[in-house]
Structures are given as structure tokens and as C-alpha cells.
Design a protein around this ligand. Structure first.
Ligand code: 5GP
Ligand code: ZN
Length: 118
């Protein structure tokens, strides 16, 4: 369920401080410590799943809830409305995917350009 060595499990547990954006019984969202865009937060399932590569049908409910929370959270956090605004939703997976933290997380990036990443 939880990995004692996982930095995001520690953030979810409150053992490492974070700027929380949202929390419910299954989900946790917090600002990225190194934002790549004016708005940049991460949404994670509380259950420790290492990456998208381990996702299976049993995760469909929690990941469905995660994805459907994003539109409201993005606007609350300052992303401008679609279509002139909008945001980028990214799940880096594995080394080739650029994943650094191995607890499944969804990046939500938005706000006025230019961004640190293209
Ligand atoms: P990845 O490259 O794994 O998709 O992204 C990991 C993200 O987690 C990075 O954007 C990085 O800035 C962020 N991050 C890493 N450690 C921490 C931390 O301790 N606190 C917060 N808030 N973000 C972190
Ligand atoms: Zn974890």
C-alpha cells in the first residue's frame, strides 16, 4: 500500500511538507517543488503504484476519479479557461519517459507562456 522509502508516500503521510492543493480518501494533489510552468501541481493516488507501467483494471476507479478532478483543480490553481487557456497533463513513465519519482503522478501545467519547458 505504502512504500516507506517513497518520497510521495511521505508527502501524502505529511512526513515531508508540501503545498497541498487537494486531498480526499484516495487522492492527494500538491504543488511541484520545481515548477516548469506558472501553474504546476501533481495529482497522485494515495496507494503506492510505481508508475503507469503497473496500472491495471483494478486501478480504473481511482484513476478515473483522479483524471476527472483535474479540470476543477486546474482552474482553482490559476490555469486559464479552455480553449484560449488550458493546461498540459503529463505522466512520465520509466527512465525513457523521464520519470524521476517512482510513485505514479500526473503533472498538470498551465498559466501564461513562456514556460520553463516547451
Ligand atoms: P517526474 O520526473 O518523476 O515525472 O516528476 C517528479 C516531479 O516531482 C518533478 O517535477 C519534481 O520537481 C517533483 N518533486 C520531486 N521531489 C519533490 C518534493 O519533495 N516535493 C514536491 N512538491 N515536488 C517534488
Ligand atoms: Zn509511494
Amino acid at each position: 500500500m505504502h512504500d516507506p522509502n517513497c518520497i510521495f508516500c511521505k508527502i501524502i503521510a505529511g512526513d515531508i511538507p508540501s503545498q497541498k492543493v487537494y486531498e480526499d480518501e484516495e487522492l492527494f494533489a500538491f504543488r511541484d517543488i520545481r515548477p516548469a510552468a506558472p501553474v504546476h501541481f501533481l495529482v497522485v493516488p494515495k496507494v503506492h503504484v510505481p508508475s503507469m507501467a503497473q496500472v491495471s483494471a483494478e486501478h480504473a476507479p481511482v484513476l478515473g476519479r483522479l483524471m476527472t478532478k483535474i479540470p476543477a483543480l486546474a482552474l482553482e490553481q490559476g490555469c486559464n479557461p479552455y480553449p484560449d487557456g488550458g493546461y498540459r497533463v503529463v505522466v512520465n513513465t520509466g527512465v525513457d519517459g523521464g520519470q524521476e519519482v517512482h510513485h505514479l503522478h500526473v503533472h498538470v501545467m498551465g498559466g501564461p507562456r513562456p514556460w520553463r519547458v516547451g
